[in-house]
Design a protein around this ligand. Structure first.
Ligand code: MN
Length: 202
């Protein structure tokens, strides 16, 4: 029994709630961050209270939860907390479009160029059936695009994500209704935080 273990916290957003408008509205951010992300934190803390798992780092809970067994019940909320924090940091006002420098070199070497990367990421995001996430990940000295369902996350299996786009309907429905492609297009052209992606290369 871990007593007095620190509860998981909802990280602050890296920008003001209207900073991504008109591509993502403050109303969407209000629900997505203030209700959904906050809800995952609240539910995880409630599930952990008074258990041996309280006090474990989020990344450890995700890895153990992905293995199944006693920790599986924590996986969805723990992974959703991590994924959302990563998603907020994957975006910035005035972002998106083709990267420069090291990321441009890697995009070129891995996909052929920005246009090819853009088409492949949009296809992965659009092709994820139901709720999930589209990711740019590092694999060796190349980059790759992947998608996960529900709370799935590359870090559960030792992956190295550089950025992510949330394709759950709650990420875009208020602004784009069913037009997921318009939302992922805005993410690609106007929101990607390439400096964050590059920093995650290590
Ligand atoms: Mn979400």
């Amino acid at each position: 029994m871990v007593t007095g273990a620190a509860a998981h916290e909802l990280p602050k957003l890296p920008w003001a709630d209207d900073a991504l408008a008109p591509h993502i509205s403050p109303r969407t951010i209000g629900f997505h961050y203030g209700k959904h992300h906050a809800g995952y934190v609240r539910k995880l803390n409630a599930a952990l209270e008074g258990t041996d798992a309280a006090g474990l780092p989020l990344e450890k809970l995700i890895a153990l939860g992905a293995e199944g067994g006693d920790y599986a019940k924590y996986f969805n909320n723990a992974a959703q907390i991590w994924n959302h924090t990563f998603y907020w940091n994957s975006m910035r006002p005035g972002g998106g479009g083709a990267p420069s420098g090291r990321m441009a070199d890697l995009i070129g070497a891995s996909f052929g160029g920005w246009d090819e990367f853009r088409a492949a990421f949009a296809k992965a995001a659009g092709g994820q059936f139901g709720s999930g996430w589209a990711w740019l990940v590092a694999e060796g000295d190349k980059l790759a695009i992947t998608a996960t369902g529900n709370a799935g996350t590359p870090i559960a299996h030792g992956g190295k994500p550089l950025l992510t786009c949330d394709v759950w309907e709650h990420a875009y429905y208020l602004d784009y209704q069913n037009a997921r492609g318009d939302y992922t297009g805005a993410f690609l052209d106007h929101l990607i935080n390439w400096e964050f992606a590059e920093a995650n290369l290590g």
